[in-house]
Structures are given as C-alpha cells and as structure tokens.
Design a protein around this ligand. Structure first.
Ligand code: AMP
Length: 293
C-alpha cells in the first residue's frame, strides 16, 4: 500500500476524509522514535480499520520546563519506513505552529483522573496530552484510535475525554509491549546505559512479583505496594511513586485497604536521568517477566 506523508493540517484532514469515504480510519498518535510497542498499535489498528494514520509529533505542551523536550529522540525518516512496513497508509508529522496556531489559548483538562500518579509530578502534562489528542481527533476524525496501556493514566484520561466530549471514536487500549527481558519498550530506553538498563529491570521484576503475590491471594494494598516500592527503591536513583490504585478512577488505595479483583500497580522512577513508567493491572495482566528467581 502507498504511504502518504503530510505535514499540513488541511492536507491531513483531506487525506483522512478521503479514507473515510471508502472505509473506517484508524489513528495511532505518537511522538515518534518508533519501536515495536508503537508498531503493535499500528497493526492492531489495521486489524480493525481499512486504513491507518500514524501521527508523529513531539508535543511541546506535554513537557515540563525541566523535562526532555529538546533532547527527545527525533528519527522521522526511519519512523516513516517503519510505518510503511507496519501497513500504515498515512503519516502526519506537523510542525508545532500547525498544531498551535499563533495566539491559541484553548486547553482540554480532565479533572480527577490526573490528581494522582504522574499528575502531580508532571504539572500540565495531561492537559497537554488531552489537548493534542483532542486536536488530532478533530482533524483526522478517526473511527478507532489505539493507545498503549503502558501509559495507563494517559489511556484513562483519553477514554474519559472521549466519553465526556461525546467524540465519535472507539478508543482501544493495547497491552504493553516488552523486550524479552521484561522491560517495557519506550523511546526513552535509548537514554539508558547498559548498567542503567540492568537496574531498570527492577521495575518489571517488582511488578512481576506483585502479580504473583496477588494471584497467590495477597490482597493487602499496603503489603503489595510496600514490597514493590522496596524492590524499586533499592535499584532506582529516585522513585516518583509506586502506587496501588483503583484501576478505573486511579485513586490510590490506602495501605489498610483490601485490594479488589482489579487494581493497577503503577510506577514512575528515575534510572540515571531517565524517567521510566510502567504498570500492571493486578487480576488482569500477566507478569511482565515469565519466571523470576
Ligand atoms: P509515545 O510516542 O511515547 O507518546 O507513545 C505513543 C503511543 O504508543 C501511546 O499510546 C503509548 O502508550 C504507546 N506505547 C508506547 N510504548 C508502548 C509499549 N511498550 N507498549 C504498548 N504501547 C506503547
């Protein structure tokens, strides 16, 4: 299939309109530096739709002043080739001015779901995400949009904004794609040295232990969270949070709570200067590492 690369909003809208006249359009929003996780989303979108558009945009409004916006990996040419191989029909790679016209002042904010986990650690982040995703939905008009469960809080925010704004798009959450050692694929993994990567494995290891404890019957929120936190704290340079939370509302479970049938164990930690996030939904997801010692 021919792959069309467009940078202008009007051009992208017209290309998406043309797709929709012949069948369903799938959308996969990304910030580029594509890896197997992104490509799994493209393939999942392809299975559900006639044609898939991938957006590649390092969205400035979702980065804080001390975050990695300027050094975020940008590999457009390679990304386009990977999109072609994965079966996408369209790549939209706009310049920032196209998505944020001069004088713009509008933001989309989803209350409540952003009060915990990454919300307080990255002020304005989810507002930036919700705003850009809403804009992309407005331009593309996708029938289906696929997001990764690796960014679990982001997925919940997007599901909620679609519901609240009555947007006519089906949001699909795709399971986290991992390397064979269990580390979740991330564009930021390229920042890790070999030694840092070895320490980063404490995250999928701790999540795996929690999955096993949970399936063996452990339901003490405090015990599940404390064990994971101890394991990650021992290896990380800084832990932003290790939190067991309600899997839908994302409110933390207090330590004395008995965890229900589903609870999300979510982690954000720095290994060196790289901030990694990961999660498992206990009672739903398999252990990130099949066998742990
Ligand atoms: P990003 O380019 O990091 O903004 O991610 C774009 C999309 O890819 C988001 O929906 C992410 O949740 C998803 N994604 C990133 N890494 C993974 C992964 N390892 N597995 C599944 N989805 C992922």
């Amino acid at each position: 299939m021919r792959l069309q690369v467009v940078t202008g909003v009007a051009e992208f809208r017209a290309a998406c309109d043309a797709v929709r006249r012949g069948g369903a359009l799938g959308l996969v929003p990304t910030m580029g530096a594509l890896h197997d996780g992104h490509l799994a989303l493209v393939r999942a979108a392809r299975e559900r739709t006639a044609a898939v558009a991938v957006t590649i945009f390092v969205n400035p409004t979702q980065f804080g002043p001390n975050e990695d916006f300027s050094r975020y990996p940008r590999t457009l040419e390679r990304d386009v080739e990977l999109c072609r191989e994965a079966g996408a029909s369209l790549v939209f790679a706009p310049p920032a001015e196209a998505m944020y016209p001069t004088g713009e002042r509008t933001r989309v904010r989803v209350a409540g779901l952003t009060d915990f986990l990454c919300g307080p650690k990255r002020p304005g982040h989810f507002e930036g995400v919700a705003t850009i995703v809403t804009k992309l939905f407005c331009v593309a008009g996708p029938c289906v949009a696929v997001f990764g469960r690796k960014d679990y809080q982001q997925l919940k925010v997007i599901e909620r904004l679609v519901r609240d704004l009555l947007l006519p798009v089906e949001v699909v959450g795709h399971p986290t794609v991992r390397d064979t050692d269990g580390l979740a694929r991330s564009s930021r993994n390229v920042y890790l040295s070999d030694a840092e990567r070895a320490r980063a494995l404490s995250i999928p290891r701790a999540l795996s232990h929690a999955v096993r404890r949970f399936s063996a019957g452990e339901r003490s929120a405090g015990a599940l969270q404390a064990a994971a936190e101890a394991e990650i704290t021992a290896a990380a340079d800084r832990v932003d949070y290790v939190t067991l939370a309600d899997a839908d509302e994302l409110t933390p479970l207090s330590p004395e709570t008995v965890a229900g049938d589903r609870a999300v164990l979510a982690v954000a930690a720095f290994i060196g200067s790289t901030r990694l996030i990961d999660n498992v939904v206990l009672g739903e997801d398999a252990a990130p590492i099949a066998e742990t010692s």
